[in-house]
Structure formats: structure tokens, C-alpha cells
Design a protein around this ligand. Structure first.
Ligand SMILES: Cc1ncc(COP(=O)(O)O)c(C=O)c1O
Length: 925
């Protein structure tokens, strides 16, 4: 596949694989059940049916297990032999043991020999399996070497495969940091399937000649391989095919360490694009060399430089003669009153608390040692050029990036319903703000995201007004709180065609996990930045651009349609890729609260940004950053690099099973309607036409198509449920029903929706609990209706009507008042001047709108201008910002709102607005 010849990646048809681990576990359990029934059965015809069912399941499992090291191919031969010999009692016993080993994951810690009936080993597995079920981890896990699987791609016979496997096994030493087993696949297709379905694979050894096609009929994979001509592949040289395979594995799972073993021409291989291989081995290189290289590569991901340094430090005896009495627990261990703090937290956290930056530690403000290393590893993990840890959340990360890049009077285009840290960031930086409206979802009182057309239109306005040079940054939220995801690459590409040096800040507060899944990753800022840079450097793109430009130049540049109705391409000579992303690592990956990261992919960073970035970082960072947060970011990064793929995969699986139940359960459907892709993304932004990722007949198979093509998609792990039919509003449902009755926490509601977010910690058990609760609640609503009198039913109906029909349209951003604008042709406003103008009391007054006072002023022709942010919760975005003119729509919206919490509004006083005199005063220069 030639990346540079198309903008979209051919979509990865992962639908089939989404639920493969559940399918695997469920099929093994079903097989165990069938065997259990069979051995206790006397009825011959039922026995025949069961035997047939067992045969089918074993066949299916054999395919799945072909991509896993345990159970091995030899184990499977043993199972088939027992089946063929009709030794069902023994087969049941072996399958039971195998299922226990899979549940307890005991195969990661010791060799499980299924051909032996070892009572001790069985006991251990039983204990482990029970502990796993009860506590979520096996009983004997503490000092185990981490386990992974090595994928070998080579067209080996079964005997050769055993020889290779044995050769690697024989190299194991007790002092090795890790232990691994070998999975062998024999074709190009099988290698791709293996890395998709087997998260244990951490390293891949691509060996000699292997065919393209799998022996299985894998229609689900074909789409992914779309564009690859089989004939071409069959005629490729060994090296070409290996290199192509490595780049495809890298697209799916970039963290996997890949090695090439070649018998071909050394120089010819070395001169090709071999960047995805850690190392190339030549035929004569021995297994020992390969073994050590593989272990070293895994170790470089597994290392946690700062966490390790902090643990080392905590063991050293030190005398504390500086601040922090809590350091080493000194102020609490001997306390008569505060000792229970140690009881609760344990001593380690205090041993790790220090204000020292030497003695093996490091300074976050000027890192040179383990924090520097930890940040470099984070950059590797997230595909950034530089990464920076932030210990005060993305609220601070956002302000750092804006201050580093934006000077007073620079123009920033920004989605108006962004997080409040951005609005405050604009005030601090003195940016002139041009707000962009997201498409509204009036039926659910929430916003979607900003259409590309709207962004292009705004940029065009600046171009026509001769102000484009002042536009510095486009700032968007990806994904939104509700899970609407942009087509990041497309947005950047088209904006860069209008302004080739535009800086992008993507607020990915909710999207750190996306890097670790191949369907999500292309919609992250870092991935898009790197892909676009590669694309613009290629000869193929230059040709594409030249052809496009010739066509474009023949059109009328003054006609909006020329720019808005077609896809724009940037000039490869002029374009600079400048992208920033901020992550609340703590929201979606492992990190203590407030642990965030800034990721940078900016070609001009070193030259233009490094110094101001440093100053901005200093402005906002405490000189006493919390080491525990830094250490947790380090561990969170490591975990994501080692098992992010598996965890995110499981998260998606859990969310899909929750959605599936909600789509199909008749009682749940009556009260709770899950919002589908088409409910949250209007048809005009769904090129693929995909309405829902799920179809009861074909299952989950349309997600990747939508994600590859559409302007917007919905992240299925964020499940928004419309609850209007319950007659209970979002806020009451959250507090009175979910929290108080069942201890279920959520934090986002709209008037008639609630948002359930899954995360990498969500288990099948927690999904089952949630479903159970929702079913109980649906029954409650059912009884309430059945037992209500007629007048009571009328009340319920009225509430349902109000929640489903009477929804005030969400207002657009009106405009900044002229007192805060410099250019009448373009919309930006000086929010900082407006913000500080309100500090002098004489510049403001209060106007009430509940008694018609404010409306009377508006009718008399006055521009009523807000002097503060006005933010109702929900929906949580500012309906007014300082300097913004109050419009009829905004007033209607505020009047129709039935929420209790509106920040910046005091009902007894009204809205705080600027006096007419303050607005008439000339701006200070
Ligand atoms: C889009 C967005 N950006 C930034 C933030 C702030 O993140 P943090 O809580 O890490 O400061 C939030 C918080 O909810 C958010 O939703």
C-alpha cells in the first residue's frame, strides 16, 4: 500500500477481531460444558449431536489457537487424538485444565504439560484460577518474570517449528528479565492476524521465504489488505515482502519490536526502507544473539527510569534538613494524632516523598536525568517528537501550549464549546479569539464538533480580509466529552492548504488511549502529523499536488465554492507540520489524578518554540511538582507500551457488549436508547453512510469503514444513553438513581442523556453489573407506570414530553462587541481586554432577564455585552464570554434552561454586563 498515494488508510477490518478474545474464552467454556454433558449422558442421539458440536468448537478453537503459544500445536494434537479415540472423560479433564490455565494465566508462569496428569500442578492452577476470579489476579504473581510471545514468520514444517521453538526454550535462564514462548505462522496474512488477535506478541522475527495467503479463508482480513495485489505480492522478492509486512505490522502495533532474518543480499536489504526493524540478522547469526537482542529490546520498553529512580531513592537512608516534614513519614510516624495516615497509605509513599532533585532524582523544571529519559520514552510511545509531563492536569497543559505559541493579538480559531481552560488560556495569552460553532445536537442538548467547512470558511474570511498572517493556531477538542472524533488528518491537510504554517493544538484530554488501537490511532494528532510529513516529502505527493494545482488554478479563486466544495491540498514546498496534543493521561490510562502530558510534533519546535515553551512551562509549573504523579506517568507510559493494545482492545470489547445488550434487550430499549453513530453525527458528515457500527445480523463490522472515511465518528467506548422516556432528567438520574441507589458513578449528563464511559479498567463484570442495574431501573419505571393513577400518569407523560420534545435550541456564538474588535470584516475579539475591563466596578452593571429589564434595554437598541463567562452545567460550555453581545437566541436558551447551576450568573442580580460608557471608551493602547 502506498501511503502517499491516498490520504485515507485502507480501513482495517477489525470488526471480526474486536470480540475475538471473548469468542475465544466463550468457546472454550462452551466446549467444557458440552464435554461435561457428554460424559454424563445416556441418550445416544443427543450424544451424537454433542459430539458434532464438540468437533465444530475444537475446529474453531484450533484456528484461534494457531495464533497463540498456549495451547501449543502439540497440545492440540493431543486434544484431537483424545477426541478421535473417543476418550471423552479424559478429554473433559484436559479441557478443564486448559481452561483453568487460560483463566489463571498460569502458562505465563510455568510450563503447563497437558499430556501429564499432574495433581500438584492442577491444584496450583485451580488456586490461581480461583484467585483470578475473586481478585482479578492470580495467587502466585508477585515475583514472576513478565511473559510475552515471540512471533516467528517462516514457512516451516511442523518438525522444523518444534526445533526452532525448542532452540529458543533452551536459551531460557532463571536470571533473564523476561520469559517468552514462540508462536509460528507461515504466511503474510497469518502474521497480520496473529498480531491482531494475540496481544501477548511483543516481538516479531520475520524469517525466510513465506507465502502470502493463509491456509484459512479469512474474509474479514481481506478489506485490510485491499489495494495489495496478490499477484504483485507473489512476485515480490523476499526482502520486499518482509519490508511490506513489517510496515503493516507497524501500522497495527507500532510497539512490537521487529527483527528481520535474511538470507538475501545484505547490501540490497540494508539500502531499503528498513526503519521498522530494530535489527537485521543474517542467516548465520545464532539463536543466542537473537535471544539477547530480543530481551534487550523488550527491556527498553519495560524500563521506567523515573519510577525506578524514585524507588531506589526511597531505600536510601537520608537526613532531611530541608522542607517537607512528611518526607520519609517523619512528621506522621511519631504523631499522636496523624498516624492513621500511614496506616492508610503505607510507608512507601512517604519514603518516596522528597523535595530533593539530586541523589539519583531529577527536576521536572529542568530535567537532565531519569525524568528526561522518561519523557523521551513517552515521546516514543505516543509517536511524538518531544513529550512533556505536566502535574496539574490538562487544564495547565493547555495553557502552557497556548502561551508558548501565541503572542498577544495573534488570532486563534477555537471551538466555542471547548474546555474552560482554553478560554482562560486565551485571556492569559492575550489572543484575539475567533470562536467556531460546533454542529448542535438539539434533541440531546449537546454539541457535536466543528465541521471542516466552517473552519475553511473562517480561514477564507481571514484570507480575503488580508488578515491570514495573524491567524496562528487552530484549537479543537478531539475527542469531545461525548465521544465525537474528528478526521484529524483531513482537517490538517485542508487547513494547511489555506495557511501552510498553521499551528494545531488538539485537546486530546480524553484520547490518550487512542494511540494504542489501530482503528483509533490514525485520528490522533501525532499520528496524523507524522503521516502528513511523510506524505508531503514523497515524490508521489508532488505529482498529485501538481495535477491538483493545475485544476485548481483554472477555477475562480473569489468563488467560495472553489475552496469549500472541493478537497484542498497543501503546497509541499511551503507546508510546515506543527501539531501539539494535550493528554489527560489520568483520564484514560494509568496515572494518578492530574497526570497529563504534552506531545509535540512541530517541525519548527527547535528553531522557534523551544525557548518560549520553556518559559511557558515555567509560568505554569509548580516548583514543587508531585513526584508520585511523575512516577505514575512513567509507569502509565510503560504499561501502555507493553499492554496498551490489549487493554484498549478489551475496553472496546466491553463497550461493544454493553451496546449490543442495550440495542437488543426489549425492556431496556423502552427506557434507554443508546445514541448510535447516526444520532450523533448528521448524515452530511458520514460519507460512508454507516449509521450504526452494529447490525443484529452481521454483528460489529462497520466501525472501521466509518473511522477510515467519515468526517466525524463516535467513539463506541463512550456510551451516551437517551433517558427522556424515563421522565427523569439527566442530573436526577445520575444522583438519585445511579449514585445513591446503586453506587454507579458517572460525570456527564445533559438534560435528557447520561454518558457511561468505559476505560481500560472496565471489566466484563462491571458491564454485567451496569446492565443488571439498568434492567432493575427499567422494571422500576415499568411498575411506576402500572401502579400510577391517571393524574399521576399525566404528570409522567408531561415530564417525558418535556424531556423529549421541549428542548431549547442551542445558541451559536453571537459576536464580540465592536469595542473588542480590531477588524470589522473578521470575527475575532480581544477577550483579554474584555475580561480585565470588568475588574473596575464602574465599568459593569447587573441586568435581570427574569423581569424583562434586560430585554427592554435590547429593544431600545442597546447592545448588551456580557462582562463575564456564563456557563450553565449542564451542558458546561460558556453561552457567554466577556465581550460577547447577548443575542435573542442566547436569552431564550438561558430562560428555557432548567438547570440549577449557572456559573457567572446570580439570579437575584442578573447578568453582569458592561455599561454603555465603558464600551464607548477608546481602548488602551
Ligand atoms: C476537553 C478537556 N480538556 C481539558 C480538560 C482538563 O483536564 P484535567 O482535568 O486533566 O485538567 C478536560 C476535563 O474534563 C476536558 O474535558
Amino acid at each position: 500500500m502506498n501511503e502517499s498515494s491516498h490520504t485515507e488508510t485502507p480501513y482495517t477490518a477489525l470488526g471480526f477481531y474486536h470480540k475475538i478474545s471473548q469468542l475465544r474464552a466463550d468457546t472454550w467454556n462452551a466446549l467444557k460444558r458440552d464435554l461435561g454433558q457428554l460424559v454424563r449422558l445416556n441418550d445416544e442421539s443427543r450424544a451424537r449431536n454433542l459430539i458434532k458440536a464438540i468437533d465444530v468448537k475444537l475446529t474453531r478453537l484450533e484456528i484461534i489457537e494457531d495464533y497463540h503459544a498456549f495451547p501449543s500445536k502439540e497440545d492440540f494434537r493431543h486434544l484431537w487424538a483424545l477426541f478421535d479415540r473417543e476418550e471423552y472423560v479424559l478429554l473433559e479433564k484436559v479441557v478443564k485444565r486448559l481452561v483453568r490455565a487460560l483463566i489463571s494465566e498460569s502458562y505465563r508462569r510455568r510450563h503447563v504439560d497437558l499430556s501429564e496428569t499432574d495433581a500438584d500442578a492442577e491444584d496450583l492452577e485451580t488456586l490461581d484460577a480461583l484467585a483470578q476470579l475473586r481478585h482479578g489476579h492470580p495467587a502466585s504473581n508477585s515475583s514472576a518474570q513478565p511473559y510475552f510471545e515471540l512471533l516467528i514468520v517462516d514457512n516451516l514444517s511442523s518438525q522444523e517449528e518444534e526445533v526452532v521453538r525448542e532452540a529458543f526454550h533452551s536459551l531460557r535462564r532463571p536470571e533473564d528479565r523476561f520469559v517468552y514462548d514462540v508462536v509460528t505462522v507461515r504466511s503474510f496474512e497469518d502474521a497480520l492476524i496473529a498480531v491482531l488477535v494475540n496481544p501477548n506478541i511483543q516481538a516479531c522475527l520475520i524469517r525466510y521465504e513465506f507465502p502470502y495467503k493463509s491456509k484459512y479463508n479469512l474474509s474479514a482480513l481481506r478489506n485490510y489488505l485491499e489495494g495489495l495485489s496478490e499477484q504483485e505480492l507473489e512476485h515480490q522478492s523476499e526482502a520486499e515482502r518482509s519490508i511490506l509486512l513489517s510496515s503493516m505490522i507497524h501500522e497495527l502495533r507500532p510497539e512490537i519490536d521487529q527483527f528481520l532474518v535474511t538470507s538475501g543480499d545484505v547490501e540490497a536489504t540494508a539500502s531499503r526502507d528498513i526503519r521498522h526493524f530494530n535489527r537485521i540478522f543474517y542467516r548465520e547469526t545464532d539463536y543466542i544473539e537473537q535471544h539477547h537482542t530480543i530481551l534487550r529490546a523488550i527491556d527498553s520498553r519495560y524500563r521506567t527510569p523515573f519510577f525506578d529512580a524514585l524507588r531506589e531513592y526511597s531505600k536510601k537512608p537520608t537526613g532531611v534538613f530541608h522542607a517537607m516534614p512528611i518526607s520519609r513519614g517523619k512528621s506522621v510516624t511519631r504523631s499522636h494524632w496523624a498516624g492513621h495516615m500511614i496506616d492508610f497509605y503505607g510507608i512507601n509513599i512517604f519514603l518516596a516523598e522528597t523535595s530533593a532533585t539530586s541523589g539519583g532524582l531529577d527536576s521536572l523544571l529542568q530535567p537532565y536525568g531519569p525524568i528526561k529519559k522518561a519523557q523521551e520514552y513517552a515521546a516514543r510511545a505516543f509517536g511524538a517528537r518531544q513529550s512533556f509531563f505536566v502535574t496539574n492536569g490538562t487544564s495547565t497543559a493547555n495553557k502552557i501550549v497556548v502561551q508558548a505559541l501565541v503572542k498577544p493579538r495573534d488570532i486563534v480559531l477555537i471551538d466555542r464549546d471547548c474546555h474552560k481552560s482554553h478560554h482562560y488560556g486565551m485571556v492569559l495569552a492575550g489572543a484575539h479569539v475567533s470562536y467556531l460553532d460546533s454542529y448542535p445536537l438539539n434533541d440531546y442538548s449537546m454539541y457535536g464538533a466543528v465541521p471542516l467547512r466552517e473552519i475553511k470558511k473562517t480561514l477564507l474570511e481571514y484570507k480575503r480580509a488580508g488578515q491570514l498572517h495573524r491567524v496562528k493556531m487552530l484549537l479543537l477538542t478531539n475527542c469531545t466529552f461525548d465521544g465525537v472524533v474528528y478526521n484529524v488528518r483531513r482537517v490538517m491537510e485542508e487547513c494547511l492548504a489555506i495557511k501552510p504554517d498553521l499551528v494545531f493544538l488538539w485537546d486530546e484530554a480524553w484520547f490518550a488511549f487512542a494511540t494504542f488501537n489501530p482503528t483509533y490511532r490514525p485520528r490522533t494528532a501525532m499520528h496524523a502529523a507524522r503521516t502528513l510529513r511523510d506524505r508531503y516529502r514523497s515524490e508521489a505527493y508532488r505529482e498529485e499536488y501538481a495535477a491538483w494545482k493545475a485544476e485548481f488554478d483554472a477555477l475562480d479563486p473569489d468563488d467560495d465554492a472553489t475552496w469549500l466544495e472541493r478537497r484542498l491540498l497543501p503546497d509541499p514546498e511551503a507546508v510546515r507540520i506543527r501539531a501539539y496534543a494535550t493528554h489527560s493521561t489520568h483520564k484514560t490510562l494509568t496515572s494518578l489524578r492530574q497526570g497529563s502530558m504534552i506531545h509535540v510534533w512541530d517541525q519548527d519546535f527547535r528553531q522557534k518554540v523551544e525557548a518560549p515553551f520553556h518559559e511557558a512551562y515555567m509560568t505554569h509549573t509548580s516548583t514543587s511538582p508531585n513526584y508520585q504523579i511523575v512516577a505514575s506517568l512513567d509507569v502509565g507510559r510503560m504499561q501502555a507500551e507493553m499492554e496498551g493494545f490489549e487493554l484498549v482492545h478489551a475496553q472496546v470489547e466491553a463497550a461493544l457488549s454493553l451496546r449490543e445488550q442495550l440495542y437488543t434487550h426489549p425492556l431496556l430499549q423502552k427506557y434507554f436508547r443508546v445514541l448510535k453513530n447516526s444520532d450523533m453525527v448528521p448524515a452530511e458528515y458520514r460519507e460512508s453512510g454507516v449509521e450504526s457500527y452494529y447490525d443484529p445480523v452481521t454483528g460489529w463490522n462497520q466501525m472501521e469503514e466509518a473511522w477510515a472515511r467519515d468526517e466525524f465518528v463516535v467513539d463506541p467506548t463512550r456510551v451516551t444513553i437517551a433517558i427522556g422516556n424515563t421522565g427523569v432528567d439527566g442530573d436526577a438520574f445520575k444522583n438519585e438513581y445511579l449514585m445513591n441507589k446503586y453506587g454507579i458513578q458517572i460525570n456527564k449528563t445533559s438534560r435528557n442523556t447520561v454518558l457511561f464511559m468505559t476505560n481500560i479498567g472496565t471489566t466484563r463484570g462491571s458491564i454485567a453489573y451496569l446492565l443488571d442495574v439498568l434492567i432493575k431501573l427499567a422494571k422500576e419505571f415499568e411498575y411506576r407506570w402500572e401502579e400510577s393513577s391517571r393524574p399521576e400518569r399525566k404528570i409522567i407523560e408531561r415530564r417525558v414530553h418535556s424531556l423529549t420534545r421541549e428542548l431549547p435550541p442551542l445558541p451559536d456564538f453571537s459576536r464580540f462587541h465592536d469595542a473588542f474588535r480590531q477588524c470589522s470584516e473578521t470575527p475575532e475579539g480581544d477577550i483579554r481586554r474584555a475580561y480585565f475591563l470588568s475588574y473596575d466596578e464602574e465599568n459593569t452593571e447587573y441586568l435581570r432577564f427574569d423581569n424583562g429589564e434586560l430585554q427592554a434595554e435590547m429593544r431600545a437598541g442597546r447592545d448588551v455585552v456580557s462582562a463575564s463567562f456564563v456557563i450553565p452545567y449542564p451542558p458546561g460550555f460558556p453561552v457567554l464570554v466577556p465581550g460577547q453581545v447577548v443575542s435573542e437566541e442566547i436569552l431564550h436558551f438561558l430562560q428555557a434552561l432548567d438547570v440549577k447551576e449557572i456559573h457567572g450568573y446570580r439570579p437575584e442580580l442578573g447578568l453582569i454586563v458592561f455599561t454603555e460608557e465603558a464600551l464607548a471608551a477608546p481602548p488602551e493602547t
